[in-house]
Design a protein. Structure first.
Length: 203
């Protein structure tokens, strides 16, 4: 049996402890590992400022100098009239051509001009339902072209808000299922202030 030292460790335990201690790195009083000459400390790499992307995009200029950027074409959204005119034709092409030329006489009409949105919506629904029940095919919805209104607020009010809202109502439930086509009326029937509404046949 190995003889124990005065502190209670045997000679074998002390030899093992000495071998383990020889592999450890001494620490200074601050708690950080002590740096020896064999392992010099590595200096952190300097941080290089990134070039400004704004400066790369913008050329140098002087105060008061006119811009040298070329003004490209601005792609505005098509007008409501243009969107309706280029919408796919869902009805007979011959009838569609006669209708857009004003050669078809509307079988009924409703004048919403001057109404508020809250007044016009139920009136339009009632008119379209009644016309469909009477098996009318072409009806005229008069909206007016609208007036320029400046409320003084930060958001401008669109001219002819009723004119722009009517196509949305006509293509949404409950009216969309009864309507085959919508087009801006011919000048003889109101032009940009009215719509031709071509109804589907009753089943």
């Amino acid at each position: 049996m190995a003889r124990r030292s005065k502190r209670g460790m045997s000679e074998d335990d002390k030899a093992l402890w000495d071998r383990v201690a020889a592999t450890a790195t001494p620490m200074d009083r601050s708690g950080a590992p002590k740096i020896t000459e064999d392992a010099p400390a590595k200096k952190p790499a300097p941080i290089r400022p990134q070039p400004s992307t704004t400066a790369e995009r913008l050329p140098a200029f002087r105060v008061g100098e006119k811009s040298s950027f070329s003004k490209g074409a601005v792609n505005h959204a098509p007008s409501l009239s243009a969107r309706l005119a280029h919408a796919p034709v869902r009805m007979d092409h011959g009838t569609h051509k006669r209708m857009t030329r004003g050669k078809l006489k509307p079988e009924g009409r409703i004048d919403l001009h001057g109404m508020t949105l809250a007044e016009a919506h139920p009136a339009l629904i009632s008119f379209i339902f009644h016309s469909h029940e009477m098996e009318r095919r072409l009806v005229l919805v008069i909206t007016g072209k609208g007036k320029d209104r400046d409320s003084g607020g930060p958001i401008p009010i669109r001219r002819g808000i009723l004119k722009h809202q009517i196509p949305n109502w006509l293509t949404s439930p409950p009216l969309g299922a009864m309507i085959l086509d919508i087009r801006e009326a011919h000048q003889r029937h109101g032009g940009g202030g009215a719509y031709y509404v071509y109804l589907k046949r009753r089943r």
